[in-house]
Design a protein around this ligand. Structure first.
Ligand code: THU
Length: 161
């Protein structure tokens, strides 16, 4: 038996004002997008903002349904919209934020497992790591790619090798 270890690394910032300008803009867009979430069941309003190659910004938010599994997370709403409308523009950065009934979450919001897999697909599609910015009122995390969110992941190469 060999003991194996995977380490992940991320940057932690104290507030949005410490971020480079384009990251800050994206977080602010995500915060705006969260206001349009349709989340009457959870009251958890999530916003996501993507920066595409060329500079376009696409946003999304969570869309819930009385039949709970039918709803969609903010990250996938934004990713699928971007891929549906601008398939030639690589997704370079995603910022995610969330509020609950107490306001912005303290700990940075973390994408669910399904959204991690969807982000991985987009990374594989464009062969470019996606910078991931996770917003919270106590800290902001920045990760360099989906490997840091989803280690030991399933990739399409596994189907043939
Ligand atoms: N949600 C997101 O939109 N993104 C996440 O990263 C976590 C969860 C949504 C799904 C659901 O509408 C609500 O938050 C509560 O789980």
């Amino acid at each position: 038996m060999n003991w194996k270890e995977i380490k992940i690394a991320y940057r932690e910032y104290a507030s949005v004002d410490e971020l480079p300008d384009n990251w800050k803009e994206l977080v602010l867009k995500a915060r705006e997008a969260a206001k349009n979430a349709y989340a009457p069941y959870s009251n958890f309003h999530v916003g996501a903002a993507l920066q595409l190659a060329g500079g376009r910004i696409v946003t999304g938010n969570n869309q819930e349904n009385a039949a709970y599994p039918v709803g969609l997370c903010a990250e996938r709403t934004a990713l699928f919209y971007a891929n549906a409308n601008y398939p030639d523009e690589e997704v370079e950065i995603i910022a995610v934020t969330a509020t609950n009934s107490n306001g912005r979450v303290g700990d940075p919001v973390k994408p669910c497992g399904g959204c991690r897999q969807a982000l991985l697909e987009v990374e594989n599609r464009y062969k470019k790591p996606i910078t991931i910015i996770l917003d919270g009122s106590n800290a902001i995390y920045v990760l360099d790619g989906v490997d840091s969110l989803l280690p030991l992941n399933f990739r399409p190469q596994a189907l043939t090798s």
